[in-house]
Design a protein around this ligand. Structure first.
Ligand SMILES: Nc1ncnc2c1ncn2[C@@H]1O[C@H](COP(=O)(O)OP(=O)(O)OP(=O)(O)O)[C@@H](O)[C@H]1O
Ligand SMILES: [Mg+2]
Length: 585
């Protein structure tokens, strides 16, 4: 039943109740006033007749009393609402007053008459011969009351219809926004949270509209936020798990499914201790105690166990799950990242760093050994050869005239000794480019290249030096020198080239900053690179290792018929510890 109909019904019931109550009062009042009127009328009529009877007594001799009274009554006719009857001494009816002419022929309904008609008794006046009976007749008064009541009823009916029509129309007009509000609510129920209410032009409904629109806006934003969060949780590569304060899991994202092998429907409701290794059983409770104090747990490394019993290294972060209503901690949001691979990478990096340091130490040791051998060769063999050469020269001088055979042999000894001296010095230069110490990198490179040119006149060789190449430290100097040396050896041995270019420059590098860059290219036959594991020679491998030990970059570009280009980049600002280590070595 609609609100409009119900309000109209209530109004109807109120009016009906009012009408009934008023009708009752009216009937009661009518009955009382009819009674009073009847009684008064009867009293007046009786008094009138008594007066007449008393006045007619002296003439009793002249005419029969009854006759006088009869003629009086016939003249008077009907006295108010009373019926008057005259009887003789034998109770014979002599006279009856005429019927009322007022509203003649009309009567109030029986039921109404019964309701309002008072119980009145006849009034009898005894005469000398006969009697007069006065009977009160309230039928006219009852008819008047009935007419009034009918009037009242029609009035009430008119009022009732008018009130109902007005109320119905007003309600219809006032409740029109309710239909729109209901429509908007039903759209919201279907998930259309973008629904908004217009202004209705009535303060009450406008304030409902404002509240509704604010609520819809908040819902829409929360829903969008929830969707975003759900998407984040769904697409996160980290396992996200929510459990209550008893450790029972209530949420489990797809990444958790992938990481631990349990499906959402299998794990929800089960204890989070299912994921811990036996030695870490207390960890769940410890973490819960921490988040209950509203302290965040950030990226602690621990282990968890998968459905198939595999132990995974994880980085775990956890935060309290707070009920927005009560602001109480009701659980824990926990995210876990599988760091097994990360740990392996870290381990590999560590090993690589150790290898680098080892290579560096070996290279330093090698250089030291070379330096020591060069020193020995120079000090011991060089001195001896010089002595042989000096003695041979002395013998040849002394025997030039006296013993030409011995002189010739002595000259041979001097020549061989000179050759040995040159060879030894060549070896010493190879072992230890002492020029590096005296002349610096640029001059040593120029010296080396010029010696190489003399040895290989068929190959044109250009050396370009750029930037400040001095003061980079002995380790870098040696490394650059050895790289140029090995590249030139390879060009001479393998390239079948007619031209070779060497560029050494100090410049700024996007990744490494201050660097020394070495490029050696030739126009020879080139080669197809093998994997270094398959390589049986050590020149290229040695160069790469030297460069990597200094955290630099080493690259070979080559293909058949297109020559070879070796590019090396070495950061100049190497860590102080390593630089000192190298200097010490
Ligand atoms: N400039 C070049 N032109 C053509 N081939 C080259 C050149 N440099 C190197 N190669 C090829 O690469 C191979 C490996 O060179 P690498 O320097 O490692 O060894 P190697 O020179 O043969 O011996 P070593 O161990 O004495 O240096 C060479 O055997 C050669 O085939
Ligand atoms: Mg080589």
């Amino acid at each position: 039943m609609s609100l409009r109909f119900r309000i109209n019904l209530v109004i109807t019931l109120v009016i009906v109740a009012f009408t009934i109550a008023t009708g009752n009062l009216l009937i009661e009042e009518t009955r009382r006033s009819i009674r009073e009127e009847m009684e008064a009328g009867t009293r007046i009529t009786a008094q009138l007749l008594e007066t007449v009877i008393a006045n007619t007594r002296p003439n009793i001799q002249d005419a029969p009393h009854n006759q006088i009274l009869l003629s009086f009554l016939q003249r008077v006719g009907r006295v108010r609402a009373n019926e008057i009857r005259l009887y003789d001494e034998n109770e014979k009816l002599l006279y009856t007053s005429p019927p009322p002419v007022y509203k003649r022929g009309r009567w109030a309904p029986q039921w109404f008459t019964a309701l309002v008609r008072p119980q009145l008794s006849d009034f009898r006046l005894n005469l000398i011969s006969g009697s007069v009976v006065i009977t009160p007749d309230p039928s006219r008064s009852v008819l008047d009351a009935w007419d009034d009541l009918k009037q009242f009823f029609w009035l009430m009916l008119g009022f009732f219809v008018l009130v109902n029509v007005i109320v119905f129309w007003l309600l219809g007009r006032s409740l029109r926004p309710v239909g729109k509000i209901l429509g908007a609510l039903s759209l919201m129920e279907k998930g259309r949270f973008e629904t908004r209410l217009p202004l209705f032009g009535s303060p009450e409904f406008d304030s409902i509209g404002h509240v509704f629109n604010r609520m819809a806006q908040t819902l829409e934003e929360s829903l969008a936020e929830n969707k975003r969060l759900a998407l984040v949780a769904k697409q996160s590569s980290d396992a996200i798990i929510i459990h209550d304060l008893e450790g029972r899991i209530s949420f489990w994202n797809p990444a958790a499914e992938r990481m631990f092998g349990y499906r959402m429907e299998d794990i929800v409701g089960r204890s989070a201790t299912l994921l811990t290794t036996p030695d870490r059983n207390g960890e769940i409770q410890e973490n819960l105690d921490t988040v209950k104090r509203r302290v965040l747990i950030e990226m602690i490394e621990t282990q968890r166990v998968t459905k198939d019993g595999r132990v995974v290294d994880v980085a775990l972060s956890a935060a309290p799950l707070v009920d927005p209503g009560s602001d109480e901690v009701i659980g824990e949001i926990c995210s876990m990242r599988d760091i097994t691979e990360h740990k392996l990478v870290r381990q590999a990096e560590l090993e690589l760093e150790q290898n680098r340091q080892l290579t560096h130490a070996i290279q330093s040791r090698l250089e030291e050994e070379r330096r020591s051998i060069a020193r020995e060769l120079h000090d011991e063999l060089g001195q001896c050869v010089t002595a042989i050469k000096t003695i041979g020269t002395a013998i040849s001088n002394r025997t030039q005239e006296s013993a030409p055979d011995i002189h010739a042999n002595a000259l041979t000894i001097v020549s061989v000794a000179s050759h040995i001296y040159d060879v030894v010095h060549g070896i010493i230069r190879q072992l230890r480019p002492t020029a590096l110490d005296h002349l610096g990198l640029s001059e040593t490179l120029k010296d080396t290249v010029s010696a190489w040119r003399k040895r290989h006149p068929e190959i044109a060789c250009d050396l370009r030096l750029e930037g400040e190449l001095e003061g980079m430290g002995e380790t870098i100097n040696i490394t650059v020198y050895r790289i140029v040396q090995e590249c030139l050896t390879n060009v001479a041995r393998h390239a079948v080239a007619t031209h070779s270019d060497i560029d050494v420059s100090r410049c700024s590098h996007a990744q490494h900053g201050d660097v020394v860059k070495v490029t050696v290219r030739d126009n020879g036959k080139g080669f197809v690179q093998q994997s270094e594991r398959e390589a049986t020679r050590f020149g290229l491998i040695g160069m790469r290792e030297r460069v990597q030990a200094l955290e630099g970059e080493f690259r070979i570009d080559s293909s058949l018929g297109a020559g070879v280009t070796v590019t090396v980049v070495i950061p100049v600002k190497i860590p102080a510890s390593r630089a000192h280590g190298a200097e010490a070595a």
